[in-house]
Design a protein around this ligand. Structure first.
Ligand SMILES: CCCCC/C=C\C/C=C\C/C=C\C/C=C\C/C=C\CC/C=C/C(=O)SCCNC(=O)CCNC(=O)[C@H](O)C(C)(C)COP(=O)(O)OP(=O)(O)OC[C@H]1O[C@@H](n2cnc3c(N)ncnc32)[C@H](O)[C@@H]1OP(=O)(O)O
Ligand SMILES: Cc1cc2nc3c(=O)[nH]c(=O)nc-3n(C[C@H](O)[C@H](O)[C@H](O)COP(=O)(O)OP(=O)(O)OC[C@H]3O[C@@H](n4cnc5c(N)ncnc54)[C@H](O)[C@@H]3O)c2cc1C
Length: 670
């Protein structure tokens, strides 16, 4: 749709006049500097001017098939644009993924069927191929001569990778692997793009050679003919059916009937099968084939931040425009943003988007540093990265989904309209809580790391920095509550340490009573998930505070003030959410809690005048927001009416069903 131009709604115009800080300064902080902001905007200009974002009919009014076909059309032209004009026109050679990722949302209200190609297929080639394999597949994949996906999950197993049933059996006579789907539950299920779009696929299968199973490994498999796009003989492939979101992502199923691929199609950077079938196991770490999942978990923290920033922009702008009820008799109806309960729903969304974005950047740098260690042969930092990426993916996607839904509640009935975009944003983020490792499963992975760290610290060994609070706790350091940033972080670390200690005790007590380790662990998993979540909270709180302090060192005072108000709001919010834990594991008193409650309510008032400016500082163009409620001009009612009038249902004054059914019913002739 072409966005109509309106004058700015007067309420929004007034809000912007109240702003106390330079919006551009905050935009630059989150982009990583002025240069990066201007580079991102250049990319956005090129894509928006290309006309690719235009749809004749709103996406939500298309059939599923039309939506898919429209998404394929746009993905192809967008890919061409990325390869050619974007580079030529902007002169930018190094396309930073965040900028491309952001502007991709201007094209797709739902998901591109090419997402997994860029998000998992290419990263797996980079992370899992030998240099020879890389030379074969990477240029083709980057040039989109082949389009791929990542098929790991099966109908019967997603979480438990070791339980996957697809087999890849090596035949030394022909130097081939035979891929086979032995049962119904062994069919690959869910892979994005697999249903109709891709011609290649990374397949995760149990490797058999010389009669021995060596566990899951990765294979490059061509599944469709490059010319006709027909499934190759021995391949059964299709779309899995309508789902809550991801409507245009063509998630698919895949089965193999003794399908043969060359030996060289096993991705052999870490483990190899030699020509005679001899298996050479990975030299350094048993879980290196899981690396793409770690990469995606890291990027999903960024997704949580980005999507939350979209939702909260929509809800705050709408709340500044919407007037409802009265505060005192006969007074004009206030903007709903003036209600403290509305501020309570929304300002935590702004602060959380900041917290997650800065945590995502920090995690990305940690990921890059672990990769660089691994290149030098050192895998020592991988367990901590796995523990961190697991809990941050779990907690950030889960919190973001809750807060996005809260933004929808904050928009009342209009938030329920697809044209608000809130339902789309929610269904996308809700899926991120499940895919790439379910919430509970990932927290249990972190818990495993925490229990080990506890045992190491108990044995007097040094532990990694993110769990150094465990050593302090074991030394008997008692927590004394202070309502400063550092004080609150220390108390949250004391909560995490207290919960880990109880888990360890629980496991040990259960073992003393005769249970084996597995049962003792299993019966403690409710507490273990809770302890991992507490650990994660302390990591987010600490990272957010540290990063704001670091990044605003040379900022203007007004930016420092407003950024720090959000940090304090975030710390107060979580203190009040976790009073039970803090009363149990720290020295916080009822008086301290009263103080925090008052501080929190005062902060809502302080932030109120800057609320619209703060969401403007996410710098999200209307074309990216796709929202009748959240456009920059605040012309909510005009847009809602426009959308209603353009609804294909209104193209004819009387629907044919009247003549077919209603009229005969009215006349008793049905
Ligand atoms: C043209 C248009 C384009 C538009 C787009 C534009 C731009 C796009 C650019 C970017 C895209 C941006 C963002 C999004 C990107 C992509 C995402 C999009 C869609 C994704 C769709 C979803 C995909 C999927 O879901 S793929 C499938 C994922 N599946 C899972 O995650 C399964 C979860 N299960 C597991 O991970 C594991 O099984 C387990 C639960 C962790 C357990 O594994 P297991 O083998 O049983 O191990 P254990 O015995 O428990 O543990 C043994 C030992 O290993 C350690 N361990 C486990 N995992 C790891 C690991 N990953 N790394 C390191 N170590 C690991 C474990 O801790 C234990 O260690 P210990 O023995 O020392 O304790
Ligand atoms: C939109 C979407 C896109 C996807 N895209 C892809 C893709 O491109 N490629 C791909 O390979 N996969 C993909 N997936 C699959 C996804 O990775 C899995 O669905 C996910 O990992 C969860 O696994 P599962 O479905 O087997 O859930 P299950 O493991 O069956 O989980 C069901 C419930 O059981 C619980 N549970 C399971 N095991 C345990 C345990 N050990 N302890 C305690 N509780 C447990 C879980 O916490 C959960 O509550 C996608 C999924 C979705 C929704």
């Amino acid at each position: 749709m072409v966005l109509k131009k309106y004058n700015i709604n007067p309420d929004l115009a007034l809000e912007r006049q109240k702003c106390t800080f330079d919006i551009e300064e905050i935009i630059n902080i989150f982009d990583g500097g002025k240069e990066k902001t201007s580079q991102r905007r250049k990319i956005e200009d090129v894509v928006l001017k290309s006309g690719l974002c235009h749809d004749d009919v709103p996406e939500e009014c298309m059939s599923l098939k039309e939506r898919y076909e429209n998404a394929v059309r746009k993905s192809c032209f967008f890919s061409k644009l990325m390869k050619t004009e974007l580079q030529e026109i902007t002169g930018i050679e190094d396309f930073e993924t965040p900028a491309i990722r952001r502007i991709a949302d201007a094209l797709f209200k739902d998901i591109s069927p090419f997402l997994l190609h860029l998000g998992m297929f290419v990263p797996t080639i980079i992370g899992q191929c030998t240099s020879e394999q890389l030379m074969i597949w990477l240029p083709k994949a980057l040039d989109l001569q082949i389009i791929g996906g990542y098929a790991q999950t099966e109908l019967g197993h997603g979480t438990f990778i070791r339980g996957l049933e697809t087999t890849a059996t090596y035949d030394a006579d022909t130097e081939e692997f035979v891929l086979h789907t032995p049962t119904l539950t062994a069919h690959k299920w869910w892979a994005g793009g697999l249903g109709k779009t891709i011609n290649h696929c990374i397949v995760v299968a149990q490797l058999y050679t010389k009669g021995v199973c060596y566990g899951t490994h990765l294979f490059m498999v061509q599944i469709r003919d490059l010319d006709t796009h027909m499934p190759l003989p021995g391949i059964k492939v299709g779309e899995i059916g309508p789902r809550m979101g991801f409507s245009s992502a063509d998630n698919g199923f895949l089965g193999f009937n003794n399908f043969r691929i060359p030996r060289n199609n096993m991705l052999m950077k870490h483990a190899q099968v030699q020509k005679d079938g001899t298996y050479v196991k990975p030299a350094r770490h048993g879980k290196l084939t899981y690396q793409t999942m770690v990469f995606v978990r890291v990027t999903l923290v960024n997704e949580a931040a980005f999507n939350l920033s979209k939702a909260v922009t929509i809800a705050v702008r709408y709340s500044a425009v919407r007037r409802q009820s009265e505060m005192r008799p006969n007074e004009p109806e206030p903007q709903i943003l003036d209600y403290p309960t509305q501020q309570h729903k929304l300002f935590i969304g702004i602060a959380t988007a900041h917290a997650f974005q800065l945590t995502a950047n920090w995690l990305w740098n940690t990921f890059k540093s672990v990769l660089s260690d691994m290149k030098k042969g050192d895998v020592g930092t991988l367990p901590e990265l796995h523990a961190l990426s697991s809990c941050l993916k779990a907690v950030c996607t889960s919190d973001a989904a809750l807060l996005i839904e809260q933004c929808r509640y904050a928009c009342g009935g209009h938030g329920y309209m697809l044209s608000s975009n809130l339902p789309y944003i929610y269904s996308f983020v809700a899926a991120t809580r499940t895919y790439e490792g379910d919430y509970t499963i990932l927290l249990l992975q972190t818990a495993r790391f925490l229990v080990k760290a506890w045992e190491q610290a108990e044995a007097g060994k040094t532990v990694t920095p993110t769990v150094s609070y465990i050593s302090r706790s074991l030394k008997g350091e008692k927590n004394s509550w202070r309502s400063t940033d550092e004080g609150i972080i220390k108390s949250f670390q004391a909560v995490a340490a207290g919960k880990i200690a109880l888990c360890v005790k629980s496991i040990r007590d259960r073992m003393k009573s005769g249970l084996d380790y597995e049962d003792a662990w299993l019966l403690t998993t409710v507490q273990l998930v809770d302890a991992a979540e507490a650990h994660c909270r302390s990591v987010i709180l600490e990272t957010y505070c540290n990063e704001v302090r670091r990044l605003t060192k040379s900022s203007s005072d007004n930016v420092k003030i407003v950024m720090h108000q959000l940090v304090t709001l975030y710390l107060s919010y979580w203190t009040l959410q976790r009073t039970g834990d803090l009363l149990r594991y720290s020295s916080i008193s009822e008086k301290d809690i009263d103080f925090m409650q008052r501080q929190y309510e005062e902060l809502l008032q302080h932030i109120r005048p800057n609320a619209v400016a703060l969401v403007d500082a996410f710098d999200l163009r209307d074309e990216i927001l796709h929202s009748s409620l959240g456009a920059y001009d605040g012309r909510v009612y005009e847009r809602l009416m426009e959308q209603a009038e353009n609804n294909p249902m209104n193209a004819e004054p009387v629907n044919q069903s009247f003549h077919k059914y209603i009229k005969p019913l009215l006349q008793g002739k049905l």
